[in-house]
Design a protein around this ligand. Structure first.
Ligand code: RNT
Ligand code: ZN
Length: 419
């Protein structure tokens, strides 16, 4: 009742600027967000019994009880989280979440190992995306994978990449929609390398060898390469830097992935979108929140996030940006991490879709930059919350903080029973 009243008033305010709030809600609900499977279990995966990330320089810190311990638990937790989040959702699975009866090494993984994921996805009407795993493996222990100087190790990782593209293709076939594949390698060095060229040459060669497999349909398996500035253990040198990845992507026609946490701590990514999209068809974004470093904190509805979506809105490139999440916090209830983060992303979309873009751009064309600035500022205090509540109501998910009670109940009933 109050939600409807508040919405009607808000709608009037936005209509005065020529903004259609109903259309914005519809559109915001239709844009897919790919939830990462690894928040559920702190990036442990199903290969080992280890209780944490094993190498690769990414780190899930914290020991909040209730971590998912197997495929059934991971999927149940994601299903629970998804039920509290409005709008279209996908799920992105990492290769180390393969489920096999006998151990299968990374270079031999095949679609069968992801059969349960595919069945689950079908059952819930969601699409899957995929990530090869170039970390948490003895052959990645010295910090190099696809750029390794040892030919045998490099060839192992190339085979891993090739098998991952076949898995992705099978997922795409299963869901009748492309599978977006994100390529991230930890390769790099803690201290000053004597040779920065060699690993980059080998990295490019390896990607070329992986992507050369023409039997994989590129409209089904769609590849994006993720850059990074530094990681733990690769502070000085990262092979797949921003320049490496964007040059590779442009020269080879593959996609680029920008992770919000993979740049200098004072550097943001929204300004880069219009540069890359001059030369690329599409971009994948890993939506994350760095705090002082690539800490992968739960995404919040903050200025960084708003700016990314405002940029997409103002450039009208909604269909050229693919959104996947990449955060992992082991210090809080993991379902709440998913729900807080993903709802924040959906909020960011709606917020941007309610932007007075046309008016701002015509002020700009007329050189009325004072008006442009003023309107941007005024819009920050528009009754956005009322439109957001309406969106949640429309999507049949809890409004406001009501979802917390459901997370508490799930914690009590399910998570707290896990040893
Ligand atoms: C690491 C990258 C990468 C990973 C996932 C788990 O810094 O962001 O995307 O977080 O592959
Ligand atoms: Zn990432």
């Amino acid at each position: 009742m109050n939600i409807d009243k508040a919405y009607e008033l808000a709608k009037k305010r936005y209509t005065a600027f020529g903004i259609d709030t109903d259309a914005a809600i519809e559109k915001a609900l239709r844009i897919p967000i790919s939830l990462h499977c690894w928040q559920a279990d702190d990036v442990v995966g199903f290969e080992t019994k280890s209780e944490g990330l094993d190498g690769g320089g990414i780190m899930a810190t914290g020991s909040y009880p209730g971590r998912a311990r197997n495929g059934e638990e991971v999927r149940a937790d994601i299903t629970k989280a998804m039920s509290l989040i409005p709008g279209v959702q996908r799920c992105n699975v990492h290769a180390l979440y393969a489920e096999t009866d006998e151990p299968v090494d990374r270079d031999k993984i095949s679609p069968v190992a992801f059969r349960k994921w595919m069945e689950w996805a079908k059952e819930h009407g969601i699409c899957l995306d995929f990530n090869p795993t170039f970390f948490a493996h003895p052959k990645a222990d010295d910090g190099y994978t696809l750029s390794h100087r040892d030919d045998e190790i490099r060839a192992f990782w190339v085979r891993h990449g090739q098998s991952c593209r076949r898995v992705a293709e099978a997922m795409a076939e299963n869901q009748g929609s492309p599978c977006y594949v994100n390529w991230w390698t930890p390769d790099g060095s803690k201290d000053i390398p004597a040779d920065r060229f060699g690993p980059r040459e080998r990295m490019a060669m390896s990607y070329d060898e992986i992507m050369a497999d023409d039997s994989v349909d590129k409209s089904r398996c769609v590849d994006f390469i993720e850059s990074k500035l530094f990681g733990i253990g690769s502070e000085e040198y990262v092979v797949s830097s921003a320049e490496f990845c964007s040059n590779y992507a442009i020269s080879r026609g593959t996609g680029l992935c920008m992770d919000m946490g993979h740049f200098h701590p004072t550097e943001t990514i929204h300004g880069k979108i219009s540069s890359h999209l001059q030369f690329m068809d599409r971009l994948l974004l890993h939506v994350s929140r760095p705090i002082r470093w690539d800490s992968d904190h739960v995404v919040l509805f903050n200025d960084d996030l708003k700016n990314v979506f405002l940029e997409i809105q103002r450039g009208n490139v909604w269909d050229r940006v693919i959104l996947a999440l990449d955060f992992f916090d082991a210090s809080i209830n993991r379902i709440s991490a998913y729900v807080t983060g993903t709802r924040a992303v959906r909020k960011g979309m709606l917020y941007a879709l309610l932007d007075p873009t046309e008016q701002l751009q015509s002020y700009e064309a007329e050189g009325r930059n004072g008006q442009r600035l003023a309107l941007m500022e005024e819009f920050k205090s528009m009754p956005f919350a009322a439109v957001w509540d309406r969106l949640c109501e429309k999507a049949d998910v809890p409004v406001g903080a009501d979802w917390l009670a459901e997370v508490d109940a799930y914690e009590e009933r399910v998570l707290s029973k896990r040893a």
